[in-house]
Design a binder for this molecule. Structure first.
Ligand code: ADP
Ligand code: MG
Length: 682
């Protein structure tokens, strides 16, 4: 907080409803409620949780009775609660041994004067996010003073007609009511107004970007050779699904025009996005241009490289076994050069590849975003495909633009993004959806396995291997570091190969292995020279082994539902009944409920909706790039406000595309401020 503006935009995360303080005798089980009490006694005790950390246990009361409160693992609170201290407690009252007890309630120690103020004002009192050493009380004072002194300087930037049409509170009121609302309704109306602003600005910025991408930066109209694209399609061992066909038509139509394509190809795991993307890349190559395929991880980039090589070669041949291969396909008049470029390659290899790309020699470059970050400049780039767009797409778009290249852009995502979210995150992309699976996919039987079921799960693995099937074992997700993740996988591998399945052929795959080694491991697994593949969660994407029938995920509770769904999609790709076992050592109630959803739901979209409901949008976002962390007030669940903002944004842009009318100056300024303040906001 640097300025007065920062200060008054520092909003409370909730309000204490001091207007509705209950008496202890009025408390009800299981409800959020607030009491004003005095402390009788407070002690540090050992209670459950971490044995090394003390908890606080207190008896408090008012003139109508007493109630207990506990704070697990927070022994320090006891020090603040001297007998006689006045205290406001807010939270749910539960029952313990027939007595009412507040479990880890919000609390506020009152000093005499403040008590007076709070009660006699009889209002909703803001509780602010704050760092240690900063008191609510001080923050309230500062903010209140700032509001008093400066509120009148807050300038309304929304045109009257929008406010009127959507029934929005004025900005000055809204900011005041965010802090000190007259009522809960007013607090909600204030929040609604400010959330609307955030959504509106974001939508407008998106629409603007999309227009710029499409209009100002004219792309290349690809005069592609349909014989090449068709020849490739015919060489595939399967016909395209209707959805794939439709997506392909949409994409080819886009790239044939000189407006840069900006399209998202969305489809559940296994819906067959790769061949669609590859057809588009071939269109670019056949028109005499270059294409890049970017992946979020090295493993995935390498897999793409190998998959693309395999798909292109078909019955033809290829030369070279390093990061550059020359493919002579039956259906192509000219050989096609494929390149791989990832961060972990040696400097020498990278330099070589960059030269091959810069000279225009490489037709299709596959790699991680190192591809664009480390100074590769394909001189004839016409199409950029970005896989798993939800992880890092925005930055790439910006970088591509900075380089002055205006390629067509195809983003791919397997994360089934709920429609509501889609508009928010990717409103600036057109969308093609693969809503149909290739024929013959099996329903995957999914089971949550409790700790006592581990042995039985191993038995089942053994049985499947006995039938000639293969098994994936994914080790628990460790977010902190690659090194830890590698260790976890190695430990799991040691355990399984030495203790549990010493008689079976067990392999290990993790991100730190060199490409050759990964290629060897995956090759062996593909050739059925290995029964069980222990892997880090990186195999989440891309691997295709039809003979694999079991996906066993250890530490399943650490994964997001969508991630579990993606992993599950690695099996059930052949003719065999397949299984997904979700091992979980200590699932709490919440974790168990989430895992049961994966058991019950096969549809990625439904799971995503549930995931969103249970966990909030975090899983879809992952990085700052999505811009969501920049929202102070809006939440993704505000779908009605979002729809409203979208409506108004479209209306605005239709009426005044460049926001040049005087009544739109305020909005234009807000967009600019936002874009300057948040460099990679998108
Ligand atoms: P994803 O959409 O998850 O990236 P992939 O492109 O990896 O899916 O495709 C999954 C598997 O399905 C691959 O083995 C691919 O060859 C196969 N496949 C793709 N399209 C079809 C189709 N139309 N019919 C049968 N199999 C297909
Ligand atoms: Mg894929």
């Amino acid at each position: 907080i640097h300025t007065v503006r920062d200060l008054i935009h520092h909003f409370p995360f909730r309000h204490n409803d001091f207007a509705h303080i209950r008496k202890v005798s009025e408390l009800e089980y299981g409800k959020e409620q607030t009491v004003l009490v005095s402390v009788w006694e407070a002690t540090k005790t050992q209670l459950g949780g971490n044995p090394r950390r003390a908890s606080t246990q207190a008896v408090v009361g008012d003139e109508t009775g007493n109630v207990r409160a506990v704070w697990f693992n927070r022994g320090f609170i006891a020090d603040q609660l001297k007998p006689g201290t006045k205290l406001v407690l807010s939270g749910k009252a539960g029952a313990f041994r027939g007595q009412l007890v507040f479990e880890s309630p919000e609390y506020e120690v009152l000093r005499g004067q403040e008590l007076d103020e709070l009660i006699h004002t009889g209002r909703l009192v803001p509780v602010y996010p704050k760092t240690e050493g900063l008191w609510d009380k001080s923050l309230r004072n500062y903010i209140r003073q700032a509001l008093k002194a400066c509120s009148h300087q807050i300038e309304e930037f929304l045109p009257e007609d929008i406010r009127h049409r959507e029934g929005l509170m004025g900005l000055q009121d809204a900011i005041g009511q965010m802090h000190y609302p007259n009522s809960t309704d007013d607090a909600n109306a204030a929040r609604r107004r400010l959330a609307f602003d955030e959504f509106l600005i974001m939508q407008l910025a998106m629409l603007q970007r999309r227009r710029e991408w499409k209009e100002e930066h004219a792309g290349v109209a690809l005069e592609y050779d349909s014989a090449v694209v068709d020849g490739f399609m015919r060489s595939l061992p399967f016909p395209l699904t209707k959805a794939q066909q439709r997506a392909q038509d949409e994409i080819l139509r886009d790239v044939a025009t000189d407006r840069s394509m900006s399209r998202m190809l969305q489809g559940d795991v296994g819906s067959g996005k790769t061949v669609v993307a590859l057809a588009a890349l071939l269109a670019a190559v056949s028109a005499g241009y270059q294409g890049v395929l970017m992946a979020p991880t090295e493993v995935l980039a390498e897999q793409h490289f190998l998959t693309v090589r395999r798909l292109l070669v078909g019955k033809g041949s290829y030369q070279g076994d390093g990061p550059v291969v020359t493919v002579q396909a039956e259906w192509a008049a000219k050989p096609i050069k494929l390149g791989l470029l990832i961060g972990s390659m040696t400097k020498k290899v990278k330099t070589g590849m960059q030269e091959a790309v810069s000279s225009g020699e490489v037709d299709i470059l596959i790699g991680t975003h190192a591809v664009i970050q480390e100074g590769v400049a394909p001189p004839n780039l016409a199409l950029a495909v970005v896989d798993e767009q939800h992880r890092f797409g925005v930055m790439q778009r910006a970088t591509l633009r900075e380089k002055g290249v205006r390629p067509h852009l195809l983003a791919m995502s397997a994360t089934p993004i709920p429609r509501s979210l889609y508009l928010t995150l990717y409103g600036d992309l057109d969308i093609s959806v693969l809503d149909e699976m290739p024929p013959g996919r099996q329903e995957i039987r999914t089971r949550v396995v409790q700790p006592e079921g581990r042995e039985a799960a191993y038995e089942m693995v053994r049985k499947e291997v006995g039938k000639g099937r293969q098994v994936f074992v994914v080790c628990p997700l460790i977010q902190e570091s690659d090194a830890l993740q590698t260790r976890a996988a190695t430990e799991e591998y040691d355990k399984l190969s030495q203790q549990v399945f010493p008689d079976l052929r067990v392999g290990l795959l993790h991100g730190k292995l060199p490409l050759k080694e990964k290629e060897r491991v995956m090759g062996e697994f593909q050739q059925r020279e290995m029964d069980i593949l222990v892997a880090t969660p990186v195999i989440e994407v891309g691997i295709d082994i039809p003979n694999a029938s079991v996906m066993m995920i250890d530490g399943a509770e650490r994964f997001g539902l969508s991630q579990l769904h993606q992993l599950r999609g690695r099996v059930g790709r052949g003719e065999h009944q397949s299984y997904c076992l979700l091992l979980s050592d200590s699932p709490g109630e919440d974790a168990r409920e989430r895992l049961r959803l994966v058991e019950r739901l096969q549809d990625g979209f439904k799971l995503a909706e549930e995931d969103l409901r249970l966990r909030g949008p975090g899983d879809y976002i992952g990085t700052r790039q999505s811009g969501f962390l920049e929202f102070k007030v809006a939440r993704l669940s505000d779908t009605d406000i979002l729809a409203m903002a979208r409506r108004e944004a479209t209306r605005l842009v239709d009426a005044d595309p460049d926001l040049q009318k005087p009544e739109h100056a305020g909005i234009a300024g807000a967009i600019q401020a936002r874009q300057q303040g948040v460099a990679d906001f998108s």
